[in-house]
Write a protein that binds this ligand. Structure first.
Ligand SMILES: C[S@@+](CC[C@H](N)C(=O)[O-])C[C@H]1O[C@@H](n2cnc3c(N)ncnc32)[C@H](O)[C@@H]1O
Length: 246
């Protein structure tokens, strides 16, 4: 299935409203992961990036890329949506970095181009992982790292579609998790734990860690309602994979 055209249309259509709603949270300070803005300083997932060649896969308005460029990384931001890339260009700081339009499924970069490929609910949430993970691995140099944050299967399986919130009841089949319709053909993706392991290992990646960010009680979810409100303090809402290329 090719979800590139529909995902591009979706993100071009929602970019302005999305940035209006979420940029203040995503960009509040450097290196905040996910729906609960858990600081990387608490998780230690990304590591030192100074002097490294870094690719953000599905960079959106570039809140992460901007921070890493300021830390001295040679960052490239890639995104499918020209509206999202325009938001990134408009928000770029003094430390300029290149923005490229393209899809995580077919990266326009040579093999071994990067020391670190990463994203936070970016290309590995919005492109089929069995295509995007091998592409990310291809552009990494041996020893380079792929680090990415996605929704957890728990979160997806407990999502109560009619109520529009995450609940404590299993609503979706765990073994049915793969493509999630986002309207008008747009699609996001999720895998079971076992399928993530197989896709990562199949691409020649070594799994160093699976961090499960745990927000403090009272930390708001900037994107979804949950019932109970402290859902993500009790169950893992996100998976932060830390891997490297063998
Ligand atoms: C939720 S944003 C992630 C960016 C940022 N971390 C954030 O949280 O806003 C998802 C981004 O993925 C981009 N995207 C969607 N499908 C993509 C694909 N196949 N390849 C690359 N980027 C894609 C969208 O245009 C959007 O900017």
């Amino acid at each position: 299935m090719n979800s590139v055209p529909a995902n591009r249309r979706l993100w071009n259509r929602i970019s302005s409203a999305y940035q209006h709603a979420h940029d203040p949270q995503i960009g509040a300070s450097p290196r905040l992961w996910g729906m609960y803005s858990v600081p990387d300083a608490h998780l230690g997932a990304l590591g030192d990036v100074a002097g490294k060649r870094v690719l953000e896969l599905g960079c959106g308005a570039g809140q992460w890329s901007r921070s890493l460029a300021a830390e001295g990384a040679g960052v490239v931001g890639i995104d499918l949506s020209e509206a999202q890339l325009a938001a990134a260009a408009a928000a770029m700081g003094e430390d300029r970095y290149p923005l490229v339009q393209g899809a995580a499924e077919q990266l326009p970069f040579a093999d071994f181009s990067f020391d670190l490929v990463f994203c936070d609910f970016g290309g590995l949430s919005w492109a089929p992982p069995h295509r995007a993970v091998p592409e990310a691995a291809r552009v990494l140099r041996p020893g380079g790292r792929l680090v990415f944050n996605v929704a957890s299967p728990w979160f997806e399986a407990c999502y109560d579609e009619p109520a529009g919130r995450v609940s404590t009841t299993l609503r979706q089949d765990y073994f049915g998790l793969s493509a999630i319709g986002e309207g008008d053909g747009a699609t996001s993706y999720q895998l079971t734990y076992g399928d993530w392991v197989r896709v990562l290992r199949g691409a020649g990646l070594v799994i160093d860690d699976l961090v499960e960010p745990r927000p403090e009680i009272g930390t708001p979810n900037g994107y979804n309602e949950t019932d109970p409100p402290d859902w993500a303090h009790r169950w893992p809402a996100e998976l932060l994979w830390v891997t490297h290329k063998a």
